[in-house]
Design a protein around this ligand. Structure first.
Ligand code: AMO
Length: 418
């Protein structure tokens, strides 16, 4: 067996060299034990190496395992691929905690350390679990354009780009395209970046974030969509709890089990709960960050860690959500996890005439959306879906305080490199 990686620690203890190698198949380092009297040549070579060296080794697990930090190996072959030009700017063993700024700047080096590696191995696991869930449930994976002519999530957060002689934007969400495809695929999903020109620096917003988006047709009510999202979250939760045990140990956490059904809280009920706690909230607007947080505390006291808020008022939603007969409520929902919105979704307006009116009602020009509206003319079934923020989910699942801990390379108000 050949294992490759980087030296994160090297100790010479008398006639033994102990090298910890950070690799790909485990969150913990491989511990190479080289003894002067057992493998004299390798011992001499290893003694001269330093932290940061890229190497591969062949060997076998040692019959005696003394290290708590990782599995010990007896080395038969060692091949050095690259040596560091300078001492490393950060501690890759993870003993000295780095400031968030440093973690972001040197993420590519710090993924050698078990904590950072654990976070991003779990991130990959979440994506893997989501794909499995969708594949098992008849969803087809799609890729929609990221350079677009119209946004679906409001003009304020669009990033403009020059597209030859036309003005275009970076895609805020696959919303319009995933809906259009319901004219030909009954169920679709996409794992996709969202580009949003959020102007404020918060611990919960990125300018390039990632979402797990789904859309399903032939639904009888929004409840079908709630069920899909609930099932997906439970699937991911079980998958990570079961397959990422070492990662959780490394992070010093045990991910809590989430059980179905998630509580469904009506928007008005949420408002009442907040008011009963003395918070001033308006009925026709989306919940503020402070309100979301407060609601999280109230709900946690009642024993609900994760809950849907259903029936948002039309004034607080995008144009594409289906409106109830009363003209006031919609079939839009949020999914909040411990006081943080991690997903939004709902049933859509699939009736052409009503969709055109909805656009006008929101002050948008139907002509700008002609390409989208076309798709509603040829047998568009009732449908709905959601967008789940991957970094937001990770924050709550892993107890991360800042969303920047959940993405490898950060795009925020001030960061465009690395
Ligand atoms: P929404 O705008 O609520 O809904 O986005 C869906 C989810 O994506 C995450 N998210 C973000 N995460 C980090 N930084 C950001 N700037 C950011 N923006 C969004 C959140 C959020 O809940 N088209 C609809 C979804 C749908 O109805 O299918 C939409 O985009 O977790």
């Amino acid at each position: 067996m050949r294992i490759c990686g980087w030296i994160i620690r090297l100790k010479i203890v008398g006639k033994v060299v102990i090298i910890e190698v950070s690799g790909n198949t485990s969150v913990k380092p491989y511990v190479l034990v080289l003894k002067k009297n057992r493998e004299p040549e390798l011992y001499e070579e290893a003694k001269k190496l330093s932290v940061g060296t890229a190497l591969c080794f062949e060997g076998e697990k040692s019959p005696v395992q003394k290290s708590k930090r990782g599995v010990e190996y007896i080395v038969k072959k060692l091949k050095i691929y690259s040596k560091p030009l300078e001492p490393l700017p950060v501690d890759t063993v993870g003993k000295v905690p780095a400031l968030l700024d440093t973690r972001i700047k040197y993420r590519y080096l710090l993924v050698r350390n078990p904590v950072e590696k654990a976070i991003f191995r779990i991130r990959a696991g979440i994506i893997e679990a989501a794909r499995q869930y969708f594949n098992n449930n008849g969803f087809i994976e799609i890729h929609t354009p990221k350079i677009v002519a119209a946004g679906a999530e409001g003009g304020a957060t669009l990033f403009p780009v020059q597209y030859f002689e036309n003005k275009a934007y970076l895609s805020q969400s696959p919303q319009l395209y995933k809906q259009m495809l319901i004219a030909g695929f009954p169920r679709v999903f996409e794992i996709t970046p969202y580009f949003r020109a959020e102007k404020f620096n918060t611990t919960r917003h990125l300018n390039e974030s990632w979402g797990i988006d789904a859309e399903q047709g032939f639904i009888d009510s929004v409840e079908d969509v709630l069920n899909t999202l609930e099932d997906l979250i439970v699937y991911i939760n079980n998958y990570i709890r079961k397959n990422y045990v070492e990662e959780q140990e490394t992070l010093g956490i045990e991910i809590e089990k989430l059980d179905k059904p998630f509580k469904r809280l009506k928007f008005e009920e949420a408002i009442d709960l907040l008011r009963s706690e003395g918070l001033e909230v308006s009925e026709g607007e989306d919940l503020s960050d402070a309100a979301e947080k407060k609601l999280g505390e109230i709900m946690e006291e009642k024993g609900y860690k994760i809950y849907f808020i259903i029936g948002f008022p039309w004034q607080a939603t995008g144009f594409y959500y289906m409106r109830e007969e009363d003209g006031y409520h919609t079939r839009k929902f949020d999914l909040d996890y411990k006081g943080l919105e991690i997903a939004s979704g709902g049933q859509r307006e699939h009736r052409y005439d009503k969709l055109v009116s909805a656009l006008k009602d929101k002050g948008l020009n139907p002509e700008d959306f002609a390409f989208y509206l076309e798709a509603f003319k040829y047998g568009m079934p009732p449908h709905g879906g959601f967008g789940l923020g991957i970094e937001r989910l990770m924050m709550k699942m892993l107890g991360l305080e800042n969303i920047r801990e959940a993405i490898l390379f950060v795009r925020d108000r001030t960061r465009l490199v690395p």
